[in-house]
Ligand binder design. Structure first.
Ligand SMILES: *[C@@H]1O[C@H](CO)[C@@H](O)[C@H](O)[C@H]1NC(C)=O
Ligand SMILES: *[C@@H]1O[C@H](CO)[C@@H](O)[C@H](O)[C@H]1NC(C)=O
Ligand SMILES: *[C@@H]1O[C@H](CO)[C@@H](O)[C@H](O)[C@H]1NC(C)=O
Ligand SMILES: *[C@@H]1O[C@H](CO)[C@@H](O)[C@H](O)[C@H]1NC(C)=O
Length: 574
């Protein structure tokens, strides 16, 4: 008995040691994107041993927000349904514009929190949050919860988070304009006749959990209701900006996840009494909000103008008067690092311009305090289109560490959307992200070519079981047991028969069909392959080894084909 336990422990240790040293030559390429998804947010989920992506689009009828899973951050499998059932049982509060979801897991309580933007169109509700019943872009952020990363997520409450961001210094030039609000005042003098103050509609939530326990919500102020006078271009330009606010933490600590996030006391009603003579409503039938909360500016043009952000300042002329002159900064993600002196460095990535523009891309800024001020990198944009690699519209991604291992020499990825042509939809792409705190540099590896998989995916395992007299169902799994989608064009099985002549073998996704193979020594070989960038030789056989110098072995299984053995055990080469 004692001996048996020692042996079991020893072999467990052996497996642990071997797992730690596994290497694989498997790669992925962004050149053949297969999964449509916009505004992806990705997290590693330790419980299920795989990466989960959430997107604005991709939900089936009756659902909101698409969900995808992946063992390797590169080949994705679309989950059925979506994140939130679009029905009353989910406590839906918004009417439309369900955008840019993110999901965070609380290890202590076991709850998954799903943040997303949505818009009110019901005039009564619009007025209750923005004063004017006809306020056009009445976007707010809601939070839904689930016990599972795959949902369904249910809104904590049938309303958005308790936050009324207010800008007391803004000249509300929309009040001087008429729908469709394309033509702002021609001069600053005229714009300055507009009344002061507006509520801020906001989208693109990104919650940052600082290591001192404080929780911050980064968000994008919708462009609407934010015409900014540009002396440089002698015109008003409608801007979206990135701001931040501290949240309280009662919602995060609630073991039952029934508490909605609320703005931290230090920001609550920070603009009370501003501006003077503020009327809370325009019409007694439509009461407006009474709170005026604060925020800190993070990214805007005037806080460090950069030329690449100006792609759309002449859109009104260029579109013959059908589009506004605009500047976007949206879709931010924040991470924290320490430089070699131990000082905190906060990095924030964001997208600028419209995804249809050649100048659409991702920039970053850094700060020594979470609340800023943030300095834009002179190397912006750090990710943008590359026609030589057929990658366009690169933007709005999120940062994820390999297997969620944030500390030490974390291996980081920026999973983002992009398009393989200027007319295609937005697909999932995956870029390496390098952070060097001392030189304050964030860079991306090549977005095309053959890229190494994130750490921890190997060793792979492969298994097959007969599904009929002439077919096998094959599964390939990552080290953490997550299954590869063999119907994804990034993955393939190669199958052949040895020891028999005249065998016919065909592969469809995870199914291998064999006919005409006779002979007691006939064997079916099934090998796992990955798509490569190389057009001449588009597939690579995946091999792996358990340490430096160890003989690499292919990820494959060998199945005896003789009838009496066929339904029995199979022998794995690994
Ligand atoms: C939700 O409930 C309201 C009334 O409470 C009803 O009018 C509406 O049809 C319901 N919506 C759905 C999707 O069931
Ligand atoms: C207030 O709104 C109601 C409903 O739309 C409208 O009938 C009424 O004329 C409005 N009153 C004023 C003073 O604008
Ligand atoms: C593609 O593969 C072929 C055959 O292995 C090789 O000769 C060629 O150099 C590769 N091309 C690139 C761009 O890697
Ligand atoms: C993959 O393995 C198969 C079977 O051994 C072989 O025929 C093929 O040439 C290999 N492909 C590459 C790219 O090495």
């Amino acid at each position: 008995m004692f001996k048996a336990i020692v042996a079991a422990v020893a072999s467990f240790l052996h497996i642990q040691a071997a797992t730690a040293g596994w290497t694989s030559d498997a790669t992925y390429t962004n050149a053949k994107p297969a999964t449509l998804a916009a505004d992806p947010y990705v997290r590693w989920d330790a419980k299920t041993g795989q990466y989960w992506a959430y997107s604005t689009d991709g939900a089936e009828d009756g659902w909101l927000f698409g969900i995808y899973t992946s063992p390797d951050l590169a080949t994705w499998h679309k989950q059925p349904g979506g994140a939130i059932r679009n029905s009353n049982e989910s406590r839906i509060w918004a009417n439309d514009w369900f955008w840019a979801p993110e999901c965070y897991y609380n290890e202590k309580t076991g709850w998954y929190f799903f943040f997303y933007a949505g818009r009110y169109t019901d005039p009564q509700k619009v007025a209750a949050y923005f004063k004017y019943p006809d306020f056009e872009e009445a976007s707010k952020v809601g939070v839904a919860v689930s016990r599972s990363p795959g949902g369904p997520f249910i809104n904590i409450d049938q309303k958005p988070i308790d936050y009324f961001p207010f800008d007391p210094d803004y000249r509300d030039v929309n009040l001087l304009m008429s729908p469709p609000y394309l033509v702002p005042p021609a001069t600053l003098v005229e714009g300055n006749t507009a009344p002061l103050g507006t509520y801020i509609p906001f989208i693109d939530p990104n919650v940052f959990f600082d290591d001192d326990g404080s929780i911050w919500l980064f968000f994008s102020r919708n462009a609407y209701r934010n015409w900014v006078w540009s002396a440089e271009f002698a015109r008003y330009v409608e801007e979206s900006n990135i701001y931040a606010v501290r949240l309280d933490d009662a919602w995060w600590r609630d073991p039952h996840a029934r508490t909605m996030p609320a703005v931290h006391a230090s920001f609550r009603d920070a603009h009370k009494g501003e501006p003077k003579d503020w009327q809370t409503s325009v019409n007694a039938s439509f009461p407006g909000p009474t709170r005026k909360d604060g925020w800190v500016p993070v990214i805007s043009y005037k806080l460090g103008p950069q030329v690449w952000e100006n792609a759309h300042v002449y859109d009104y002329e260029a579109s013959q008067g059908t589009r506004k002159n605009r500047r976007w900064s949206e879709g931010s993600t924040t991470i924290k690092r320490r430089d070699s002196a131990g000082n905190a460095v906060y990095f924030l990535t964001y997208s600028a311009n419209n995804f249809e523009s050649p100048d659409y891309g991702v920039g970053y800024a850094y700060a020594s305090k979470v609340s800023g001020p943030y300095t834009k990198s002179p190397s912006n944009p750090i990710l943008s289109q590359d026609p030589s690699k057929s990658i366009y519209s690169t933007g709005h991604g999120s940062i994820v560490a390999a297997q969620g291992k944030e500390s030490g020499n974390a291996e980081l990825f920026y999973t983002h959307h992009a398009r393989p042509s200027t007319s295609a939809g937005r697909y999932l792409y995956n870029a390496r992200l390098f952070v060097e705190p001392d030189s304050l540099y964030v860079g991306f590896g090549p977005s095309a070519g053959d890229l190494r998989l994130p750490r921890g995916v190997a060793p792979f395992s492969i298994a097959a079981k007969p599904s009929s007299a002439s077919a096998w169902d094959v599964t390939v799994r990552s080290a953490s047991g997550a299954e590869f989608d063999l119907a994804n064009p990034g993955n393939r099985l190669l199958a052949w028969v040895e020891g028999a002549t005249g065998a016919q073998v065909s592969v469809q996704g995870s199914t291998v069909h064999v006919s005409g193979a006779t002979g007691s020594n006939a064997k079916l070989y099934v090998r796992y392959q990955r798509a490569r960038w190389n057009e001449t030789e588009p597939w690579a056989n995946v091999s792996q080894s358990s340490g430096i110098g160890a003989k690499a072995q292919f990820v494959q299984t060998v199945l005896p084909l003789s009838r009496h053995q066929k339904r029995g055990e199979l022998e794995e080469e690994l």
